[in-house]
Each structure stands twice: as structure tokens, then as C-alpha cells.
Design a protein around this ligand. Structure first.
Ligand code: DAH
Length: 389
């Protein structure tokens, strides 16, 4: 049969000449089946992935594909050509289908291999540290957790109050009336005057939480209130914001012995020692009567402070029996109820227990400091395990 392709045929492919067919269709168009076969097989072989292969399949044997088009054109051929040509198109279709199938399998296998290689985990690699283990709890948070654990064990619950307070809760109700000299000692941060002339303050101590608790809860009351407090003061041992924990117990037969016992138990548990030397000194706070300050005994060995030993004294807290005026201010009858209160500087406790010399470093947000002094999230303080980390 004469051959009139437009060149580009592989001259080395002798066998292809024998099967070359040239057909004339209704819209005269010459189709070289050999060439089409080579083209399709090459495209199938070159298909990079299953999607590309599918496109080739649709283009060849899909409804509007090239081979399907040839099939449809068969009817237009003279009968003598129809048979041979039909068989050749069918053979081409079978070959292409076979090649498609083979390539599909190869690609699917390659895709699976690639996925297996990518998802392969090298179990000999060291375990990457989990973010939870990398992060550190600030010593203040740690000490607050320790305090909570110790006092919860003694039957106390946690109370909270706002950082922005009014004059009544921060001062007046605590038996610090206007013009009282104690107000000057507090280095208070005041807000601008409100319309009625009053000024809100950043609370200068956690004691206003006593007032809020007594006004909202019926005795018996046993609470601690840890939180931030603010004073306009800054040097190596003072920062404008620091932390306190307030304690309050109100009941019908509460006395100084209870206060002493609670504080002793607290110090032993917190400093993790079997006995602590404590000294109760007479003092003055407007909201307690009598008022006491508590020192604990310590010994200094080199740079280390040992709590519970030695003959040096360190002041750690203020306390006393709640003043009858305070009880009256919150509507409690001092003839029926008494109680005790105490206030401790948390930052001070943390510095003492964990040997941190400069308070300002607490709030400098230096990650190196936090890595050194911080605590692992998983070191949850428990009394059974010793509250410290
Ligand atoms: N509020 C006091 C202060 O900030 C500390 C304090 C002393 C609290 C005696 C108390 C207390 O509850 O009874 O200096």
C-alpha cells in the first residue's frame, strides 16, 4: 500500500512499514496508524503520574478520543477497506489499552514506593523534646502552686479579687481611714479622679480580698488569696509590681494559737524541713489587733541560705487577729466572730527558697534566666512528693 505520511517516521523501524495503513475518510484526512501508535505509546511511557496518564487515556480511547474517532469513521469506508482497517484499529486499541494498563500499574507502584519512602520513620533518631518539656514555669507560678497545695491540705480554698481596687476595699474597710499615715507607706498608684472625685487604685496589697470575701461569704471562712500587687517603688529588692498571698480565717473560736500553728505548718511544708525556728514580734497593722511580724531562723553557708538552722533572722510575713473595726465594716459582729489574717510576699519566698538574688530579674523576661530558674510543667507540687521541684 502506498505510503504518504509527512515524514518523521523512524526509518529504522522496518516492521512498522508492513502494517502502515493510510485511510481516506469522508473529510479526507490521512491517518497513519503506525505513527499514531508510536505517538500514543511514547506519550503513555512518558506520563509522569496517574493524572497525566488518565488524560492520555481519555484523549485516545475516551468517548471523543482519537481511536474512538477512528472507529466511528469506519462506516464511511468502502466495505473492502472496512474489515482490514477495522481490525488494525482494534489491534491498535488493544495495544494502547494494554500499554495504559501497564503504565498505570507502574505509576501506582512508583507512587506507593515514594509514599512509603516519604512516610518512613527513622526510629533510630533520638526523641525530639516535646514543647511541653521545653517550656518553663516561672518561679512565681511554681511558688503559687506550692502555696495552693499546702493551704489546700490545711482546708483553705482560693479567693480572688481585682487588681484595680476602690479606696473602700484597699484602705477604708481595712481600718485605714483617709488621712491615716499608713496610706503614705503604701506608695499607691492612683488612677485619675472620677466624676464623683474618687480615685481608683492599683491594689497595694492582697488584703482587700479579705474584705470582698467577708462581704460575700458567711463564716466559717478559710481562704488564701494569691495575686499581684502594686507599689511605686523600684530597686534590687522592690519592683512596682510584685506578688502576695493573703490568708484569712474567720470563725467563732479562732485564736492566736491557731494562727501560730497554721504558719508553722506552712513554713515547714514550704521550706521542706522538719522544724523551723520562728519568732513572732509585736508589730502594727491597722487591720489587725494584736499585730505580729514573723521572722524565721536561718544560717548562711557560703552563698547558700539554710532555713530552720542557725541564728540569723529573716522577716517573712505580717499577721494578726482581724481588727474588730474590720469585722464591723463588713457587717460581722466582733462579739460573735473572730479570726486571723496574714500577708506574705511571694517573690520574697521564691528568692529565699530557690536562691535568686535579684528581684528585678523576675520580670525581665530573659529566657536564659527562665531556663535556669524555671520549672518543668510536669513538676507539679504535691505534699506527698515534697512541694518543691
Ligand atoms: N497587707 C500587708 C502589707 O501589704 C500585709 C499583711 C499584714 C496582711 C498583716 C495581713 C496581715 O493580712 O494580717 O504589708
Amino acid at each position: 500500500m502506498p505510503r504518504r505520511d509527512k515524514g518523521g517516521h523512524d526509518k529504522g523501524d522496518k516492521g512498522a512499514w508492513a502494517t502502515t495503513l493510510i485511510i481516506t475518510m469522508s473529510k479526507p484526512e490521512q491517518i497513519d496508524l503506525d505513527k499514531l501508535e508510536q505517538e500514543l505509546l511514547a506519550a503513555i511511557e512518558a506520563a509522569a503520574d496517574l493524572r497525566a496518564l488518565e488524560q492520555i487515556r481519555v484523549g485516545a480511547v475516551g468517548k471523543k478520543g482519537r481511536i474512538s474517532g477512528l472507529m466511528k469513521g469506519l462506516g464511511a469506508l468502502p466495505p473492502e477497506q472496512r474489515k482490514t482497517y477495522g481490525q488494525a484499529v482494534n489491534a491498535l486499541k488493544a495495544k494502547v489499552m494494554e500499554a495504559l494498563e501497564a503504565r498505570k500499574e507502574a505509576l501506582a507502584q512508583a507512587e506507593l514506593d515514594a509514599r512509603l519512602a516519604a512516610e518512613n520513620a527513622d526510629i533510630s533518631l533520638p526523641v525530639r523534646p516535646a514543647p511541653l518539656l521545653e517550656g518553663r514555669l516561672h518561679p512565681i507560678s511554681q511558688v503559687m502552686d506550692e502555696l495552693t497545695e499546702i493551704f489546700a491540705d490545711l482546708g483553705f480554698s482560693i479567693a480572688e479579687g481585682p487588681d484595680i481596687e476602690d479606696d473602700f476595699h484597699n484602705f477604708t474597710a481595712l481600718n485605714i481611714p483617709p488621712e491615716h499615715p499608713a496610706r503614705q507607706e503604701h506608695d499607691t498608684f492612683y488612677f485619675n479622679e472620677r466624676q464623683d472625685g474618687s480615685r481608683l487604685v492599683l491594689r497595694t496589697h492582697t488584703s482587700p480580698v479579705q474584705i470582698r470575701t467577708m462581704m460575700s461569704t458567711k463564716p466559717p471562712i478559710r481562704i488564701i488569696a494569691p495575686g499581684r500587687v502594686y507599689r511605686c517603688d523600684s530597686d534590687q529588692t522592690h519592683t512596682p509590681m510584685f506578688h502576695q498571698v493573703e490568708g484569712l480565717v474567720i470563725d467563732q473560736e479562732t485564736h492566736l494559737g491557731h494562727l501560730k500553728w497554721v504558719l508553722q505548718e506552712f513554713c515547714k511544708a514550704f521550706f521542706e524541713v522538719d522544724s523551723v525556728k520562728m519568732r513572732f514580734r509585736a508589730s502594727h497593722f491597722p487591720f489587725t489587733e494584736p499585730s505580729l511580724e514573723v521572722d524565721i531562723g536561718y544560717a548562711k553557708q557560703g552563698n547558700e541560705i539554710r532555713i530552720g538552722e542557725g541564728d540569723q533572722w529573716l522577716e517573712i510575713l505580717g499577721c494578726g487577729m482581724v481588727h474588730p473595726n474590720v469585722l464591723k465594716n463588713v457587717g460581722l459582729d466582733p462579739a460573735q466572730y473572730q479570726g486571723f489574717a496574714f500577708g506574705v510576699g511571694i517573690d520574697r519566698l521564691a528568692m529565699l527558697k530557690y536562691g535568686m538574688p535579684d528581684l528585678r530579674a523576675f520580670f525581665a523576661a530573659d529566657l536564659r534566666w527562665l531556663k535556669h530558674y524555671g520549672f518543668s510543667m510536669l513538676d507539679v507540687p504535691t505534699l506527698s512528693g515534697g512541694v518543691g521541684a
